[in-house]
Design a protein around this ligand. Structure first.
Ligand code: IPM
Ligand code: MG
Length: 360
C-alpha cells in the first residue's frame, strides 16, 4: 500500500518525537511492504518564524490533499516566548485550531489506559480502584468555546472579555454517534460529561445524547457533571469506558486522564471526521523546557502513528505490531526519564525509537 502523509513536526519536542515515529512507520513499511511518503509542512511557532503566520494556505492545502496528517506539537512557553506577544489569531495554537476546523476533524479520540508495566508510575498506585483502567475520551473538537465568537472591549472604562459557547444539535449528534459506535466495540458504557446544572449548551447536549442513545439500546449511558467527573477520574478511574464530552471539558479531562497513566508522554490521540481521513498527534504538548535534549518520551507519538494505521489506512495488523513492540520494550525495562524509576534501563528519545522500530 502507498500512502501520502503530511508531517508537521512543529515546535518544542515535536521534531524529536515525530522523527522517531517516522522511524517506526518505516520499519512497519519495510516489514509489511508499504510505502509511506512524507511531505513536511510547517505549523505553529516555526511557521510564524518562517512566514509570519501559524499555518499558511499552502501548508493547509498539502494537509488537505494527503491521506493523513502526523503532528508532533506546537507552541512554546506562554510567558517567555515572543510568539505570545502576537494577537491570539496569530499565535501557534491558532494554526492547530485552523487545521482542525478546515479539515473538519470534529471527533478527537484520546485513549487512556494503564500499562501493567507502568503501574508504579501511576500517582494513584495505592488505590485498588485505579488498577488496570482503560478508557477513551471522545472529545468534540470543532465547536464550543474554542470556536465561538470572542472579543475584548472597553466598557465603562474597564476591559470586558467574552467567549461564546455554542453547540448545535447536529454538532452534538455526530460526536455522540461516534462515541456510541466506539462503545459498541468496547465495554458498552458511555459517560457523557456536561455541566447541565448551569449551562444551556449542556442541557442541549444531554437531550441529544439521550436521543442518540435510543438507537443503541445495548450501550449503557450515564450523565455526569464535569466537576464530579474530574473527581471521579482520580477517585475511581476504572469505572470509565467511553467518556463523551465537549471541546473544553475534553481538553481538561484528557490531561487529567493521561497523567494517571503515569505520564502524559504515553497518550496518543486521533482527530477524525466521518471518512477515513485523520490527524494524529500525542495528547501532550510541546514541552519547551526539555526540547532538543533527546529526553522526551516518543511513545505517545509512536502510538498515534499506530492509530493512523488503524483508523485511516485500515492496517490493523501493522498497528498491532507497533502496540506490541511498545509493550515489549516496556516489559524489557526500557524507560525514558518521565517514566523511569530505579532499576529500569534509562534511554533517550532516539534510543526508545530505535528499540521500538527494531521490535516491530
Ligand atoms: C490539546 C491542546 C490544544 C487544545 C491547544 C494547544 C490549543 O491543549 O490538543 O489538548 O486545547 O485543544
Ligand atoms: Mg490540551
Amino acid at each position: 500500500m502507498e500512502k501520502n502523509i503530511a508531517v508537521i513536526k512543529g515546535d518544542g519536542i515535536g521534531p524529536e518525537v515525530v522523527s522517531e515515529t517516522m522511524k517506526v512507520l518505516d520499519a512497519v513499511g519495510q516489514k509489511y511492504n508499504h510505502q509511506f511518503h512524507y511531505t513536511q509542512i510547517l505549523m505553529g511557532g516555526c511557521s510564524i518564524d518562517a512566514y509570519g503566520e501559524p499555518l499558511t494556505d499552502e501548508a493547509l492545502a498539502i494537509a488537505k490533499s494527503s491521506d493523513a496528517v502526523l503532528l508532533g506539537s506546537i507552541g512554546g512557553n506562554t510567558s517567555t516566548s515572543p510568539w505570545y506577544k502576537l494577537s491570539p489569531n496569530k499565535r501557534p495554537e491558532a494554526g492547530l485550531l485552523k487545521i482542525r476546523k478546515e479539515l473538519g476533524l470534529f471527533a478527537n479520540l484520546r485513549p487512556a489506559y494503564l500499562y501493567p508495566e507502568l503501574a508504579d508510575a501511576c500517582p494513584l498506585k495505592e488505590a485498588t480502584s485505579a488498577k488496570g483502567f482503560d478508557m477513551i475520551i471522545v472529545r468534540e473538537l470543532t465547536g464550543g468555546l474554542y470556536f465561538g465568537e470572542r472579543s475584548t472591549k472597553e466598557v465603562n472604562g474597564e476591559l470586558v472579555a467574552h467567549d461564546n459557547l455554542i453547540y448545535s444539535e447536529s454538532e452534538i449528534r455526530r460526536i455522540a454517534i461516534k462515541a456510541f459506535e466506539i462503545a459498541r466495540v468496547r465495554r458498552k458504557k458511555i459517560t457523557s460529561v456536561d455541566k447541565a446544572n448551569v449551562l444551556d449548551s449542556s442541557r442541549l447536549w444531554r437531550k441529544v445524547v439521550n436521543e442518540v442513545a435510543k438507537d443503541y439500546p445495548d450501550v449503557e449511558v450515564e450523565h455526569m457533571l464535569v466537576d464530579n467527573s474530574a473527581m471521579q477520574l482520580v477517585a475511581n478511574p476504572s469505572q470509565f469506558d467511553v467518556v463523551l464530552t465537549e471541546n473544553m471539558f475534553g481538553d481538561i479531562l484528557s490531561d487529567e486522564a493521561s497523567m494517571i497513566t503515569g505520564s502524559i508522554g504515553m497518550l496518543s490521540s486521533a482527530s477524525l471526521r466521518e471518512d477515513k481521513f485523520g490527524l494524529y498527534e500525542p495528547s501532550g504538548g510541546s514541552a519547551p523546557d526539555i526540547a532538543g535534549k533527546n529526553v522526551a518520551n516518543p511513545i505517545a507519538t509512536i502510538l498515534s502513528g499506530a492509530m493512523m494505521l488503524r483508523y485511516s489506512f485500515d492496517l490493523n495488523k501493522e498497528a498491532d505490531a507497533i502496540e506490541q513492540a511498545v509493550r515489549d520494550v516496556l516489559k524489557e525495562g526500557y524507560r525514558t526519564v518521565d517514566i523511569y524509576k530505579d532499576g529500569d534501563k534509562k534511554v533517550s528519545t532516539s534510543e526508545m525509537g530505535d528499540l521500538i522500530a527494531s521490535r516491530v
